[in-house]
Design a protein around this ligand. Structure first.
Ligand SMILES: Nc1ncnc2c1ncn2[C@@H]1O[C@H](COP(=O)(O)OP(=O)(O)OP(=O)(O)O)[C@@H](O)[C@H]1O
Length: 291
């Protein structure tokens, strides 16, 4: 069962652009040739297996990590709201949701209230963050990130540790934040199959950009429907592709026929644009992991 998702071509200004960006550590390319941009009002989702360079690419986008090759351009004065994958919080100290909001700087009372309202956790203002559920904690982190009205909101694995219904609710919240705040959103997901239907562009990384496209086709595999039901299928899209080459740790590329080249071939199987071709094949084999 497939559902066409309407074309979304947000016309907002481009907030950040990566062109052929790569990061090298100790002679190893963590990611290479990363090209994408995020515009105001646009949701871009980075997907890929663990270690495929999603966080590294997001960090290049916001300027936390400098590219060793290629270029990253941000609009001057870009305000970034960042929800990292891991937070170094001293969990032995008491910390209320409200205090979490102002840890890195003061905020006007009304902005705190508005952010807590927007994320649906105003009633938890006085709760200790240690007592929050996974979904509530993610909401608290999102409240903190949106309170300063960022132009670009970067969410690294926002649904980690959240059950499926919580995941849907968080995606709904992200959709609402985009609609109400009009910021650009860069979303990271290690889930290879499921991305937000509202995503304008999916970028699949595996040490490089494997492919990109609009999740035109919202698929509902039998297994997925059986597990999560039709409501979930309406809220989520499946984005899939096949890989035919492997990126070696030194940045070179080994092809299906065993040959090794410096870069991918432009016509390699997984370098296609999905905008116009709904796929039903959800297989994502382990072969695309780093060797
Ligand atoms: N500062 C660093 N020095 C050396 N290697 C690093 C550094 N940061 C990240 N890496 C490595 O780079 C690769 C990409 O890491 P990154 O965190 O970007 O991947 P990811 O796609 O976000 O993974 P995950 O889904 O596990 O969060 C990994 O192999 C990681 O171990």
């Amino acid at each position: 069962m497939m559902r066409e998702v309407s074309d979304r071509t947000p016309g907002g200004e481009t907030l950040v652009t990566l062109k052929g960006a790569g990061v090298n550590r100790g002679g190893r390319w963590l990611v290479r040739g990363v090209d994408f941009s995020v515009r105001r009002g646009e949701i871009v989702t980075l997907i890929g297996p663990n270690g495929s360079g999603k966080s590294t690419s997001a960090k290049m986008a916001i300027g936390v990590v400098r590219p060793d090759e290629g270029a990253v351009a941000r609009v001057p004065g870009l305000k970034v709201g960042y929800v990292p994958q891991k937070l170094s919080i001293d969990w032995t100290l008491p910390l209320t949701v409200r205090r979490l909001m102002t840890l890195t700087g003061p905020l006007p009372e009304r902005e705190i209230a508005a952010a807590l309202d927007a994320t649906g956790i105003r009633h938890m203002e006085k709760a200790e963050v240690q007592t929050l559920s996974g979904g509530e904690f993610q909401r608290a982190l999102m409240a903190r990130a949106i309170a300063r009205k960022p132009d670009l909101l970067v969410l690294d694995e926002p649904v980690q540790g959240v059950d499926f219904s919580g995941e849907i609710a968080l995606y709904e919240l992200i959709r609402k934040i985009r609609a109400e705040q009009g910021c650009g959103i860069l979303l990271i997901s290690h889930d290879l199959h499921v991305v937000m239907a509202e995503t304008d562009t999916v970028i699949c990384l595996n040490g490089h950009v494997c492919c990109r496209g609009t999740p035109h086709a919202v698929s509902a595999s039998e297994e997925y429907l059986r597990l999560f039901g039709p409501t979930a299928a309406r809220a989520l899209a499946v984005y899939s592709h096949n890989h035919d080459h492997v990126h070696l740790p030194d940045g070179r590329v080994q092809h299906a026929d065993g040959s090794i080249t410096e870069h991918c071939h432009p016509d390699d199987g997984h370098h296609h644009d999905h905008d116009h071709e709904p796929h039903r094949d959800h297989a994502h084999t382990g072969e695309d992991r780093h060797a």
